[in-house]
Design a protein around this ligand. Structure first.
Ligand SMILES: [Zn+2]
Length: 206
C-alpha cells in the first residue's frame, strides 16, 4: 500500500478562482467550486487527525455530510469537469471512510503512515512463528468443530480476542510502538480471516 506524502499543510490554488485552499479540501472556501481530489492521506481528506482511536459516530457524520454535498443531483447542471471532480471526490472519500471505519484497515494504514522508518515495507509479519502457531491452533479448533454450537464457540472466542487486540493496538499506537501495533494487527488479520472461514464452516455442519 502506498501512502502519498502528507501535503495537508500545503496551500494550493483553486482551479476555478485561483484563490488559496488547503490541499485536500473538497470545495474552495472562496468560490465553492468542487476540487479534484488531492494526494493527501485518508485522515486529512476527512479533516481528521491521524489517530487509531476514532469516534465512529463523528466519522459517520463527516462522511455523510461530505457525500451529501457531493451528491450527483447537486451537479446536474454543472460542467463536465465539475461532474468529474465531484465523482472523483466521492470515490476518494468513500475510500477514506472504508479504510478509517474498519479497525484492521485503519491499523494497517496508520502503520504505513507512522512506520515509514521502522517498517518501510509496511506491516508484514505473516510469517512470524508465534503468530502462525496461534493461527494454526484456532484453525484446528474450527476444523474439529462438529456442530453449529462448536463453530459458534470458536467464533465467539475469536470475537472476544479481537476486542482485546483492538484495545491493544490502540495502546501500542498511543505509546508509538509501531512494531507492537503491527504484531497485533497481524493477529487481527488472522482472526478476521478465521471469521470468514467460520461462515463457510457453518454451512458444512448441522
Ligand atoms: Zn475557488
Amino acid at each position: 500500500m502506498n501512502v502519498t506524502p502528507d501535503i495537508s499543510k500545503q496551500v494550493v490554488p483553486c482551479w476555478s478562482c485561483h484563490g488559496p485552499l488547503q490541499a485536500g479540501s473538497a470545495f474552495c472556501s472562496t468560490c465553492n467550486a468542487v476540487q479534484p481530489p488531492a494526494g493527501v492521506d485518508h485522515f486529512v481528506r476527512l479533516g481528521m487527525a491521524v489517530d487509531f482511536d476514532v469516534d465512529i459516530s463523528a466519522l459517520d457524520g463527516i462522511y455523510f455530510e461530505l457525500q451529501r454535498t457531493l451528491h450527483p443531483d447537486r451537479f446536474a447542471t454543472s460542467t463536465a469537469k465539475e461532474k468529474a471532480y465531484s465523482q472523483a471526490q466521492a470515490t476518494a472519500i468513500n475510500d477514506a471512510y472504508e479504510t478509517i471505519k474498519d479497525p484492521l484497515k485503519r491499523a494497517d494504514y496508520i502503520i504505513n503512515i507512522k512506520g515509514v522508518n521502522v517498517m518501510p515495507d509496511g506491516c508484514n509479519l505473516v510469517n512470524d512463528p508465534s503468530i502462525l502457531m496461534e493461527a494454526m491452533e484456532v484453525r484446528e479448533k474450527l476444523a474439529a468443530a462438529e456442530n453449529i454450537s462448536d463453530v459458534d464457540a470458536v467464533a465467539n472466542q475469536a470475537r472476544e480476542e479481537m476486542k482485546d487486540i483492538v484495545a491493544g493496538i490502540s495502546l501500542a499506537f498511543r505509546g508509538d510502538d509501531i512494531e507492537g501495533a503491527c504484531q497485533l494487527t497481524t493477529r487481527l488479520k488472522y482472526l478476521t480471516k478465521l471469521l470468514d472461514e467460520v461462515r463457510q464452516r457453518r454451512t458444512q455442519v448441522v
